[in-house]
Design a protein around this ligand. Structure first.
Ligand code: DX5
Ligand code: ZN
Length: 214
């Protein structure tokens, strides 16, 4: 089953609680939450206190994508705010093993994320402990960018590796997902699609979520 994770980066931040409830009602599987610190990426969004506020508006899985330099330092804050999955970047400054252990000890699922320039093999040593790998299909930092089709080699290599090891791994793609690019990502082996502008820009977000599933 293909899961759709609307990215609230594209929502109206003045009514973020209503927006996540709307995505829940529209059939989203996960709510994708982009946290940016203005250091790891050249943009700032929001942190744990804000997530805690809109946690009240839905029971959906909160899929937190931490684009921050020190995820180990803040993992507990995000877990307490209501994160279900905590994705952090393999390129961050935190020790990877320790950060995964911390996330798991907090009762959350752990995910590792790779930027476009990072080889997928970087996540292989940690796969057994991960629920998800997030393969960026744009440079992290902003919504509305163009899908990088050459990232699909990483998706298929990772799917093959997960199958070889018998792992039930969520492979998520993030950036530029649309009705044209979703089938390409699914064909390569992705099973979770983040969609910001495609869903929030749609006249009928429910229909768009269904259509993106293919
Ligand atoms: C980019 C974020 C994405 C972004 C995707 O740094 O990680 O989640 O919101 O937006 P679209 O779907 O518009 O490319
Ligand atoms: Zn994201």
């Amino acid at each position: 089953m293909i899961k759709i994770a609307p990215s609230i980066l594209s929502c109206d931040f003045s009514k973020i609680g209503e927006e996540v409830a709307r995505m829940d009602a529209c059939g989203a599987d996960y709510i994708h939450i982009d946290v940016m610190d203005g250091h790891f990426v050249p943009n700032i969004t929001f942190g744990a206190p804000v997530i805690k506020c809109f946690r009240k508006n839905t029971d959906k899985v909160f899929d937190c994508h931490l684009m921050i330099s020190d995820p180990l330092k803040y993992a507990e804050d995000f877990a307490k705010a209501g994160a279900d999955i905590i994705n952090f970047h393999v390129e961050s400054d935190s020790p990877i093993d320790e950060t995964i252990e911390k996330i798991l000890s907090l009762g959350c699922k752990a995910g590792l994320t790779v930027k476009p320039a990072t080889a997928i093999e970087e996540v292989y040593p940690y796969l057994d402990k991960l629920s998800m790998v997030l393969i960026m299909t744009v440079e992290p930092g902003f919504g509305g960018q163009k899908f990088m089709a050459d990232m699909m080699q990483k998706v298929s290599a990772l799917r093959a590796e997960a199958e070889k090891r018998g792992l039930d791994l969520d492979i998520q793609v993030d950036g530029g997902i649309s009705l044209e690019t979703a089938p390409v990502a699914i064909e390569a082996g992705a099973n979770v699609l983040v969609a910001g502008s495609a869903v929030f820009g749609a006249e009928d977000p429910s229909a768009m979520i269904e259509a993106l599933r293919g």
